[in-house]
Design a protein around this ligand. Structure first.
Ligand SMILES: [Zn+2]
Length: 311
């Protein structure tokens, strides 16, 4: 499973017969608090305003952009696809990026042909990019043997007039990252609670976007909820009522967050949001009107994950 050559900071999550491997595209994206959270206020005393979630030098929130490989027996599922390479984007940090993410993918020993399923938790610019790459003047699927799963309500929204208008702030990523999947017959529209694999099940989480989902991963010795954009930053554990400026339905996003966090606090299942910096996963524990976050260290295995065919 593991071999030499790992870089500092590499790790993965061990769920027994399932491995969950973070594939980081950008480790630290610094964001002005009020950009995402207009109602965040000035109080920086809560626990979420410290390392690794807060950069005190700039007063900015720390976000990570990452995907997750879920390796289950002979099956490899990719959850989310980051920003992608060489794509023209309006946010400067996302514009025409390098292919470092693909190099990190290749370092696992998994090939693009080994990936049988790609789950797109929602169709935002930072979750779909590596679904395609440049091929001359066109965009071609990276995982061309994989079924790509997105929920029906999500696809319907982003192909509607309202969705197309909402996309203007980021650039028209549907055309270069999602439409090529559709045209090649690789896109499968599913229900928000669909089972992708006996170990991989979607969990409805509407609000951030209409068809947004989390992904429940169940291994023989543990489980994780890949939470996608249910939360962007742990300030939403301190204040679960805080939705982002970019949530399509902020009230619904709050209700979904309250419901799922209450369930996770009761079950003890660790939460693994897409944008939390390493080690990213933790169990939520009630603390007044909000929650604290206890790192799920028991699931963490240090070093480079390397696929040997067993997983
Ligand atoms: Zn996101």
């Amino acid at each position: 499973m593991r071999d030499g050559g790992s870089r500092p900071g590499e790790f993965w999550f061990d769920l027994g017969d399932v491995a969950v491997v973070p594939l980081v595209e950008t480790a630290q994206l610094l964001i002005e608090p009020a950009e995402f959270f207009p109602d965040i206020g000035d109080d920086r005393s809560p626990w979420c305003f410290q390392q690794p979630w807060f950069d005190s030098a700039t007063g900015r929130l720390v976000y990570t952009i990452q995907s997750f490989l879920v390796s289950t027996g002979e099956t490899v599922v990719l959850v989310d696809a980051c920003v992608g390479a060489a794509k023209p984007r309006l946010r400067p940090e996302f514009d025409r990026q390098s292919d470092d993410w693909l190099r990190r993918f290749t370092a696992t020993g998994i090939t693009t042909a080994d990936v049988s399923a790609v789950v797109l938790t929602h169709l935002h610019v930072d979750h779909v990019g590596w679904a395609t790459r440049a091929d001359g003047a066109t965009w071609t699927p990276v995982f061309d043997r994989a079924r790509h799963y997105v929920t029906g309500p999500e696809f319907a929204y982003w192909t509607s007039t309202a969705g197309t208008a909402a996309m203007l702030r980021t650039g028209e990523y549907m055309a270069d990252s999602v439409r090529p999947l559709f045209e090649r017959g690789l896109l499968e529209l599913v229900e928000p609670g669909a089972e992708i694999h006996p170990r991989v099940r979607l969990v409805a989480a509407p609000g951030h976007t209409p068809g947004n989902v989390c992904v429940q991963i169940t291994g023989s010795s543990g489980e994780l909820l890949l939470a996608g954009d249910l939360l962007h930053h742990p300030v939403q554990l301190v204040r679960p009522d805080l939705s982002t400026r970019y949530c399509v339905d902020p009230e619904q996003a709050t209700q979904t967050r309250l419901d799922l966090l209450a369930h996770l606090a009761e079950s003890g299942t660790p939460l693994l949001p897409a944008h939390f910096p390493a080690p990213s996963a933790g169990r939520v524990v009630r603390d007044g009107a909000g929650y604290t976050f206890e790192a799920a260290s028991d699931l963490v295995r240090a070093g480079q994950f390397t696929w040997r065919g067993r997983w």
